[in-house]
Each structure stands twice: as C-alpha cells, then as structure tokens.
Design a protein around this ligand. Structure first.
Ligand code: ADP
Ligand code: MG
Length: 254
C-alpha cells in the first residue's frame, strides 16, 4: 500500500534458501514517523526481511530505497550510515565485553578509523570522545549508566534488550528495526521498553518492529503489516487488522 510520505520502499524483494521461498514481498512502504509492526507466524520471513533490507543478507531479486536512495547491494554498515539500523541480539562475544564497550563498538566507522586514526590522531581522539559522550547519554536514557563497567553478560533479559536498543542508536539512525524487542523480558520491563519505543517515534524516528504479543502490537502500533509465507497478506490500522479473519487465521496458524 502506498503511503503519503514513505521513508522506506521495497519492491519484488525475494530470498530463497534452497527450495524454500523465505521472502517474496511484492510491495511494501513504511510511513515516516510511525511505529509499524511486522507480524506473522514463526517462519513467515520477518527476520529474513529485516536482514535483507538492512544489508545483512543478499536478495535474489528486488529493489528498495530508503529516504529515496537505492540500497541494493550495500552492506550492513553502509546501510546503517544511511540511517537505517536493525538491532542484534547480544552475541556470546559481546556478553564478555562491558556495557560501555558494547556501545563504543556500535559507534560509526569503528573498523576503518583505527588505520585513519594512526594518521590523524588528534581528530581520532576527538571522535572517540564524542562517541563516549553519546554512549553515556544513551546509557543514561536507558538507565544503564550505572552498569557501564559491568559485563553485558551480567545484565537481565530486559536490560539486554535495552542495551540492544541503545547500541542501535549510536549511529543516530532515522529508522530502527527491532526484532522481537520484548522477547524474554519480564512484564515489569515490558512497559518501560514500550515507553522507549513510543518516545523514539515521538522524537520523529521511524520504528519497524516484530512482535508476537497482540496486546503489545495493538497498543503501540500506528500501522500493522502481516507477513505469511514470505508475503504481505494484509496491512492496515490496528483496528482493521484485529477484525480481519484471514489475518487472524494466518496468525493463529503458527
Ligand atoms: P521469522 O523471523 O518470521 O520467524 P525467518 O525469517 O527467521 O522467519 O525464517 C523464514 C524461513 O526461512 C524459515 O522457514 C526459516 O527456516 C528459513 N531460513 C531463515 N534463515 C535461513 C538460513 N540462513 N538458511 C536456511 N533457511 C533459513
Ligand atoms: Mg524471526
């Protein structure tokens, strides 16, 4: 469905694994400044679609643009630099680093700048200082500042999710994609996570998120896109989706 002011547009995006078509999206637009939920049964292709759009997996076909710029063929780091990021679960390796180091690793240009830094040390220092400041600001926002020197692996499930969100904001994105941001989070922290997601939207950011809990989805989404077997089978406002029998069937058929 065409949107008045799409920040993201995708057409004919396809990805197969062997004989299995994981994603086959005819057309998808995400309206700027909204919270859009991507829902669908397990295996519907939600995570694969996130990976494709953000450059962490390669499409078999299709094209897509972000802020009017084509992204086809760009790797994840270059897509992130355009302002579109997805969160990643903390890997084992990252759990062995401190919370602050996790943030600094997510700062823009981490890889190339060590070499450049050797040549331009003063400038590099300045960048490092700015990254640190931004990291501390974000950690404070997500109430993780007191934990900055703790190993990320010592955080609770909910705090990890907050850290994942905070990490993704290090590049100052205009759109964030959250893959099951509430998974494994205790109910007390769910409200806090939802509050953070809503604040991001209220500050003008576009949020696309995958979630299973219908109350959560209906509660904060401006728009819902339903994916089943790799394709968009319906989209609309929460109240329209709730009353759509085909959607309820596909969703409950998980
Ligand atoms: P969802 O996130 O909606 O649960 P996924 O995108 O993870 O779904 O998976 C969609 C389909 O693609 C599933 O059938 C899954 O098994 C398959 N799939 C995903 N990634 C791979 C991969 N790297 N190799 C093979 N099959 C995959
Ligand atoms: Mg998934």
């Amino acid at each position: 469905v065409a949107k008045p002011d799409p920040i993201l547009k995708a057409s004919g995006v396809r990805r197969s694994f062997g004989g299995l078509t994981a994603v086959d999206v005819g057309h998808l637009e995400v309206q700027r400044g909204t919270i859009t939920a991507l829902i669908g049964p397990n295996g519907a292709g939600k995570s694969t679609l996130f990976n494709l759009l953000t450059g962490f997996d390669r499409v078999d076909a299709g094209e897509w643009s972000f802020e009017g710029r084509r992204l086809n063929g760009l790797g994840g780091h270059r897509v992130a630099r355009q302002g579109m990021v997805r969160t990643f679960q903390l890997t084992k390796a990252l759990t062995r680093l401190t919370v602050l180091d996790n943030m600094l690793l997510a700062a823009p240009g981490q890889v190339g700048e060590h070499f450049l830094g050797a040549l331009l040390r003063p400038r590099w220092r300045h960048q490092e200082e700015a990254n640190r400041e931004r990291a501390m600001e974000l950690l404070a926002r997500f109430k993780l500042d007191a934990k900055k020197d703790d190993l990320a692996g010592s955080l609770s499930g909910g705090q990890r999710k907050l850290l994942e969100m905070a990490r993704s904001l290090m590049v100052n994105p205009s759109m964030v994609m959250l893959d099951e941001p509430m998974a494994g989070v205790n109910p007390a922290l769910v409200q806090s996570l939802l509050g953070h997601i809503t604040s991001l939207r209220d500050e003008g950011m576009t949020v696309l998120f995958v979630e299973h809990d219908m109350d959560v989805i209906m509660g904060i989404s401006d728009w819902i896109v339903v994916l089943a077997q790799g394709s968009v089978i319906a989209e609309g406002r929460p109240e329209d989706i709730r009353s759509n029998q085909e959607v309820v069937d596909a969703y409950l058929g998980a």
